[in-house]
Design a protein around this ligand. Structure first.
Ligand SMILES: Cc1cc2nc3c(=O)[nH]c(=O)nc-3n(C[C@H](O)[C@H](O)[C@H](O)COP(=O)(O)O)c2cc1C
Length: 258
């Protein structure tokens, strides 16, 4: 595999880890990374050779809308693409078929896809959900998947596999009315939350303020906060977190579509 393009959106880092693990298995000579996580990431590129790995977290069974916006400037002339959806051990639903359709419309040739598990963005120490994933076993499987993709490319098999999920896609997420809060007694105004925010929705001055209309609930700010001052605890999210903790405790295994 001479050249590999890594394209991903990963507010809390599990998608990035998984994509990197798959890339390791594919054994690329040269890697270019398009990290679309932060607001200043609006790359313009037409990918003409090599292969691409395109990775997203699953949001309400769909592809995150911010990722779709930031992908706008990227297209391809038939470069083989491997799709990766990372989900919090509930379900990936229509995310991979949506990503397949988006990648195909942008000129990629989808040749493989996988669903991996990542620690749920809403997971907390008291209500853990898929904590620590992708773990060592997941990353070994990511490398195995990468090897199998590289072997498929090497034998010239560029067919698009059947991928689980449905069209029309399920209804996506409607964020915008709530956002994490900052406990000013614990906040040191270090700005890590604002730096980590993919939506550019956090301002740090004499105190931290968040534009709820821009917030996507990704919890990058919560996980970046070193003092635990930042939390996402509106009643709807607390109830969902409890449900996910109760109902999604059995670890799921990654799925490959090749
Ligand atoms: C708004 C939102 C919606 C989510 N929806 C789902 C879902 O439908 N199914 C699921 O299993 N996990 C869901 N998750 C969990 C993420 O897919 C999971 O934590 C993923 O590993 C996060 O990726 P990242 O670390 O790259 O940000 C959701 C997370 C957020 C923030």
């Amino acid at each position: 595999m001479p050249k590999l393009h890594l394209i991903y959106f990963s507010p809390t880092g599990t998608t990035r880890k998984t994509v990197t693990g798959i890339a390791g298995g594919m054994g690329a000579g040269q890697t270019t990374t398009y990290d679309l996580t932060l607001p200043d990431a609006m790359p313009e590129a037409v990918l003409k050779d090599g292969a691409a790995i395109i990775g997203v977290p699953v949001y309400a069974g769909r592809v995150p809308e911010l990722f779709l916006r930031r992908l706008r400037g990227i297209s391809s002339c038939g470069v083989p693409a491997v799709l990766v959806a990372v989900y919090g051990n509930r379900a990936f639903e229509d995310a991979l078929v949506e990503l397949r359709d988006v990648a195909t419309a942008k000129g990629f040739k989808v040749i493989a896809a996988a669903a991996f598990i990542g620690e749920h963005s809403f997971s907390t120490s008291t209500l853990p959900i898929a904590t620590g994933r992708p773990d060592g076993d997941d990353l070994k499987l990511a490398a195995v998947f990468g090897e199998r993709v590289a072997a498929k490319i090497a034998r010239g098999a560029l067919d698009t596999p059947m991928i689980d999920g449905q069209t029309p896609y399920r209804e996506g997420m409607k964020a915008g009315k709530m956002a994490p809060e900052t406990d000013s007694a614990a906040c040191t105004l270090c700005g890590a939350c604002a730096t980590a925010c993919p939506a550019g929705a956090i301002r740090v001055a004499a105190r931290v303020t968040t534009d709820a209309a821009g917030c996507i609930w990704c919890c990058a700010c919560v996980k970046a906060c070193k003092t635990g001052a930042r939390t996402l605890n509106p009643p709807g999210i607390v109830a969902l977190r409890e449900r996910l903790h109760d109902q999604c405790g059995t670890p799921k295994a990654p799925r490959f579509f090749l």
